[in-house]
Design a protein around this ligand. Structure first.
Ligand code: HGY
Ligand code: MN
Ligand code: MN
Length: 417
């Protein structure tokens, strides 16, 4: 790599003070953040991002999907854009690092390149994608930018249509705008995302950097087991059509089935709600949120089908009805070889231990993968914890990740190696 750049590093103090300031927005008493997509704290975080970018002398724009971007444009008006970013929204009561580290590292790369007076043959764009976490839809802003968001995706999203419409209204966005946010792939030189691993593997093997090889596919369904409300005191046990029994049996079966038959996959019953929900009424309905994930396209559909078939069997076993609502599906995505090579070379140039690994979490990079060379950089999660206030990454690992992002971006942007 050209020696001019090999000594270049991000400004750790600026990154750390930005991280501290952002972590205070939507902060929770347990040390995490609560910034579900388009809630007040999330919109405040986006406003903060805009402010910091402007103070840094960068251009700023918001597209019709609400994706917020800081821009460092090069002199060539026909130059493509290298996207760097992640998401500022969080899961409810989540951690400070998920998404936020990637957006701030991207901003830091643009500031570093600007400070150094580097002229690149590409524009650099630090982007914060709307609703990555699926509080409303999931990968919403990146799917919109990639042009594969459909009107159907917005009809019965996993966060509910009313919540989606309310969120859009709060943010001044519209469905029409979402569906019109497509970016011409010819204008994109690539996409790189720094993210915490959200799992234990990097720490287990003592690696500093994960070079992501592929991202899991995620399918979401809402299942309702339907029985009959009865008096919980007078109805003989054998006569009950107890919706909770079917839901509970299915929930236990999900874990065992996946571990026995789909050991490379995962599935989760993330919510279970009984109706009417009183001590003395046999539950008439049990509504549960089901998610399943696979990095392998050839077993993703069989996994989904096997889970839904098992739900039907358990409903039948307890004399219950079953309603299945499909809430969305994101395909598994391989990461680009070019991006993986740039990240690997950058880690080696920085003398950082690195391993290739697949992502068990979904990410905006899977929306971009079909459009342009997309890659992800993982840094270690202490205890593998994420989507919880105890989520934590050592600060040196954050700095390492941001420097790998910088040097991978230079490699892709300058086609250097
Ligand atoms: O749910 C996920 O896998 C990601 O954190 N959005
Ligand atoms: Mn994330
Ligand atoms: Mn997440």
């Amino acid at each position: 790599m050209d020696s001019t750049f090999s000594a270049l590093r991000i400004n750790p103090h600026r990154l750390q003070s930005n991280f501290a300031a952002l972590s205070a927005i939507g902060a929770t008493p347990e040390g995490g953040v609560n910034r579900p997509a388009l809630n007040t704290a999330h919109l405040e975080a986006r406003q903060w991002f805009r402010q910091r970018a402007m103070e840094a002398g960068l251009d700023f724009r918001v597209d019709s999907a609400g994706n917020h971007s800081a821009l460092l444009t090069c002199t060539d008006p026909a130059a493509p854009t290298l996207l760097l970013g992640s998401h500022l929204d969080s899961v409810p009561n989540g951690g400070r690092f998920d998404g936020a580290l990637g957006v701030l590292a991207a901003l830091e790369v643009l500031c570093t390149v600007k400070d150094f007076g580097l002229t690149l043959p590409v524009n650099l764009e630090a982007i914060d994608f709307t609703d990555e976490e699926g509080t409303l839809v999931g990968l919403l802003g990146s799917a919109a930018l990639a042009g594969h968001l459909t009107p159907q995706d917005l009809q019965s999203p996993r966060g509910g249509r009313d919540a989606l419409l309310d969120g859009l209204a709060c943010a001044g966005l519209t469905e029409t705008g979402l569906l019109a946010a497509r970016r011409d792939p010819a204008t994109l030189a690539g996409y790189l995302e720094l993210h915490i691993e959200q799992g234990p593997r990097l720490i287990q093997v003592g690696a500093d950097i994960g070079v992501v090889t592929a991202i899991v596919g995620i399918a979401s369904h809402r299942l309702a087991f339907t029985g009959r409300a009865d008096h919980a005191g007078t109805t003989p046990m054998p006569d009950r059509l107890d919706a909770a029994q079917g839901a509970a049996a299915f929930t236990l079966a999900v874990r065992q089935m996946v571990m026995d038959e789909f050991p490379e996959c995962v599935a989760n019953v993330g919510a279970l709600h009984l109706e009417p929900g009183a001590f003395n009424i046999v539950p008439a309905r049990a509504v549960l949120a089901l998610e399943c994930r696979s990095a392998d396209p050839s077993i993703f559909d069989p996994l989904e089908a096997a889970l839904l078939e098992r739900a039907r069997l358990e409903a039948e076993r307890f004399g219950l009805g079953l309603e299945i609502e499909f809430l969305g599906k994101h395909a598994p995505a391989p990461m680009s070889a070019l991006a993986q090579q740039a990240i690997t070379e950058a880690a080696e140039a920085l003398d950082l231990r690195h391993i290739p690994l697949a992502s068990g979490a979904g990410h905006d990079a899977q929306s971009l993968a079909p459009l342009c060379p997309a890659g992800m950089i993982f840094v270690p999660s202490v205890g593998g914890a994420s989507h919880a206030p105890r989520e934590f990454t050592e600060w040196q690992d954050c700095i390492n990740g941001a420097n790998v992002l910088l040097h991978a971006a230079l490699r892709i942007g300058l086609h250097i190696s």
